[in-house]
Design a protein around this ligand. Structure first.
Ligand code: SAM
Ligand code: DTB
Ligand code: SF4
Length: 324
């Protein structure tokens, strides 16, 4: 291991070769290094808890190959109406009572129409007033929309790069990589915190996982939150039959994300229902310090709250308190 691999990342500096070298380290060296970096920046026994709610489900015009909400896949979920404000607030209250500190509202849109955004702004205002951090993931934003969300009290905007630029075209054709980078610029320019990550286990190569990590880490500033999702293979989606990724490769991806983005919250995100407790503990050891918390992600399952509470207790870990 050379000095360059020791140094904390300055945004904009990581090369693909360096990232691939990190991914290829002996597993114990990699996890040890990631845990060491983690301890320099965070309490290793604390985890940030975000709860998701799908405020507008299904019927999405985009063709993301992993997503059960696309109207383009055979058997894709039918479009539902947007949830009523009261239902959203009831879910947020429940999340807060269970110990979540951030509430993330997701919509199956290519991008929000201004009149839809008005309804979301009301949700953001009221959820923020409950003392929760607020996050939204609504698709691509047009000029001015990020500012409106910020003014309503939004703290984070989630917009994922999903995979490496060179693999992206195999997964999504209805928007390109640059569209995503443009939305991320709008989010950053409005002064919102950025939540940006990706999905692994979609049939990409290790070099392509390095490509995703380079795109994430070389943002300046780096995203505050980095969700690393393991593909949830949903029946009826084009990726349903993808071969499962070696779980250690997933842990490696988390570890390298931690090393490259030492000050970011790295979230062990979708895919936990397919992981046992020992694998999740390895992910925390590799520097993950956030999870999606609540019985459901957007449309698929997530470990039950009681099970997560037990896991954290068994590991002597506790939840971060709210910083909003
Ligand atoms: N429609 C908006 C968009 O795509 O920008 C926001 C919601 S979309 C469901 C948010 C993210 O969820 C996607 O970018 C993707 O990273 C993740 N996601 C969706 N389906 C997934 C799956 N089956 N497995 C893992 N992650 C998934
Ligand atoms: C993220 O990176 N993962 C979350 C959240 N951001 C919006 C979504 C995961 C969705 C998994 C499939 C589903 O439940 O529909
Ligand atoms: Fe639509 Fe988002 Fe699903 Fe893509 S990931 S199909 S944009 S809901």
């Amino acid at each position: 291991m050379n000095d360059r691999m020791q140094a904390p990342a300055n945004a904009g500096q990581w090369t693909l070769a360096e990232i691939e070298a990190l991914l290829g380290l002996p597993f114990m060296d990699l996890v040890w290094r990631a845990q060491s970096v983690h301890r320099q920046h965070f309490d290793p026994n604390r985890v940030q808890l975000s709860t998701l709610l799908s405020i507008k489900t299904g019927g999405c015009p985009e063709d993301c190959g992993y997503c059960p909400q696309s109207a383009r896949h055979e058997g894709g979920m039918a479009g539902e109406d947007m949830l009523a404000l009261d239902d959203v607030l009831a879910a947020a209250r429940q999340a807060r009572a269970a110990g979540a500190t951030r509430f993330c509202m997701g919509a199956a849109w290519r991008s929000p129409k201004d009149r839809d955004l008005d309804a979301v702004l009301d949700m953001v205002r009221e959820v923020k007033a409950m003392g929760l951090e607020t996050c939204a993931t609504l698709g691509m934003l047009k000029d001015g929309q990020a500012e409106r969300l910020r003014d309503a009290g939004l703290d984070f905007y989630n917009h994922n790069l999903d995979t490496a630029p060179e693999f992206y075209g195999e997964i999504i054709t209805t928007r390109d990589y640059q569209d995503r980078l443009d939305t991320l610029d709008r989010v950053r320019d409005a002064g919102l915190s950025v939540c940006c990550g990706g999905i692994v286990g979609m049939g990409e190569s290790r070099a392509q996982r390095a490509g995703l990590l380079a795109q994430l880490a070389n943002q300046d500033p780096q995203p505050e939150s980095v969700p690393i999702n393991m593909l949830v293979r949903v029946e009826g989606t084009p990726l349903a039959e993808t071969e499962a990724l070696d779980p250690f490769e997933f842990v490696r991806t988390i570890a390298v994300a931690r090393i490259l983005m030492p000050g970011s919250h790295v979230r062990l995100s979708a895919g936990r229902t397919a992981m046992d407790e020992a694998l999740q503990a390895l992910c925390f050891m590799a520097g993950a310090n956030s999870i999606f918390y609540g019985d459901k992600l957007l449309t698929t399952g997530n470990p039950e709250v009681e099970r997560d509470q037990l896991l954290l207790a068994r590991l002597g870990m506790s939840a971060e308190s709210c910083q909003a």
